[in-house]
Write a new protein. Structure first.
Length: 192
């Protein structure tokens, strides 16, 4: 069991290092990828605001975890920093890196997310905009991705659920899982 925990710690730490290797403009670059998707682009105009995570690293072998840092915007103005942590339990093996954007339908949803420690339940899922062999990406469920890039996903049903809409884009890796665990977020406002 100790070897399992050590492997998990190394896998998650290795995936968490990836954001440090990306340029300082990683948030703009991640937003551009989502804005280039015909499925996601309208949300940037219609939503009250959004949180963007350029890279979330995910790994697991029995017990899994994911972590990523992001920024929150309203009217394209930075309002704060956020981080996401996830712990999953169940059958899983591998590692994966992906980008994620969460749109807030209105001010109520924005305040709910930024009000402190926010958590998505295990049943919340995201719409994947990645071309390739990805079946599902989100805070739970079976996921396996084989290729990054593309703007596929127009066939997927997208919309707000309880004031939020979530989209992901696989960046690389391979993850097999049948696990349960929600995403937990923290928020730190930017001093004005």
């Amino acid at each position: 069991m100790d070897k399992l925990r050590s492997f998990l710690a190394v896998a998650v730490a290795a995936l968490a290092v990836v954001p440090c290797l990306v340029s300082a403009d990683k948030f703009t670059q991640a937003a551009k990828v989502f804005k280039d998707s015909p499925v996601v682009a309208p949300y940037f105009k219609e939503a009250y605001g959004y949180a963007i995570f350029p890279t979330i690293g995910k790994g697991g072998f029995g017990i899994g975890g994911a972590h990523g840092s992001g920024q929150v915007y309203v009217d394209e103005k930075l309002t704060g920093k956020t981080s996401m942590t996830q712990v999953t339990i169940g059958w899983q093996f591998g590692g994966q890196a992906y980008s994620q954007v969460i749109f807030f339908e209105d001010e109520r949803a924005y305040k709910e997310f930024t009000g402190g420690n926010f958590e998505f339940g295990a049943g919340v899922s995201a719409v994947a905009i990645t071309a390739g062999a990805q079946a599902q990406a989100g805070s739970t469920g079976s996921s396996a991705s084989a290729s990054p890039g593309g703007t596929a996903g127009s066939q997927a049903e997208a919309g707000f659920h309880k004031g939020m809409a979530i989209f992901t884009r696989a960046k690389g890796g391979l993850m097999y899982e049948a696990s349960i665990g929600g995403q937990k977020f923290s928020f730190e406002p930017i001093a004005e």
